[in-house]
Unconditional design. Structure first.
Length: 201
């Protein structure tokens, strides 16, 4: 059985030794200093903020699990620092820790319901206040690009799309070309299948 490598980051050396010993009881976990598959970062009440600790240990490779409380205002910054899961200290039994470590290594993100709700609110605000006023969507496509892709998916030809949207045919062709170039797609059909596969239309 291949072991999952875990780096443990705790500011208090006694707490760090205790947590390492606790995790070493799990047969499929191996505590390491360098190149872990996942990082367990403990935010103690008396230490620096959780976000500062996550940023300090972020390496761009290993996802991070926060053992501690994360304020909703720090969520986006924490996700940027590689946060993949949050475990409340009151729920930090060995089973919960090891299950979360395995899930994160498998690619899961595990956030408490209040943080998921906050993330959804932040995404709505981003869409409403930043993206929509600039003609963009959360997909990274402009509203014009989405309109063209939707009509292509419905089977409309270039001339029909131009007529429905009151645009020149050249505009429709340019939009399709821009999408194909940016996303490395081959043709209109490829663009439609890509958009459908990615849930954009």
């Amino acid at each position: 059985m291949e072991k999952i490598t875990v780096a443990v980051h705790v500011t208090d050396p006694v707490d760090a030794a205790g947590l390492r010993g606790y995790l070493e009881q799990v047969p499929d976990l191996s505590i390491v200093q360098n190149d872990p598959q996942v990082r367990l970062v403990v935010a103690e009440r008396r230490s620096a903020g959780a976000l500062a600790l996550l940023r300090q240990h972020a390496d761009g490779n290993a996802p991070q699990i926060l053992l501690g409380d994360l304020p909703a205002t720090a969520l986006v910054g924490a996700l940027d620092a590689g946060l993949a899961a949050v475990i409340s200290p009151r729920d930090a039994g060995l089973d919960r820790l090891s299950t979360t470590i395995r899930a994160v290594v498998a690619g899961s993100t595990l956030l408490p319901p209040d943080l998921v709700t906050e993330l959804v609110h932040q995404l709505h605000r981003l869409q409403k206040d930043v993206l929509a006023p600039n003609g963009l969507s959360s997909s990274g496509l402009t509203t014009r690009e989405l309109d063209v892709l939707r009509l292509l998916a419905e089977g409309y030809e270039t001339a029909e799309i131009a007529a429905r949207l009151n645009w020149a045919e050249r505009t429709v062709k340019n939009i399709v070309r821009v999408i194909n170039t940016r996303e490395h797609l081959n043709n209109r059909s490829h663009a439609v299948s890509w958009a459908l596969r990615n849930g954009l239309i």
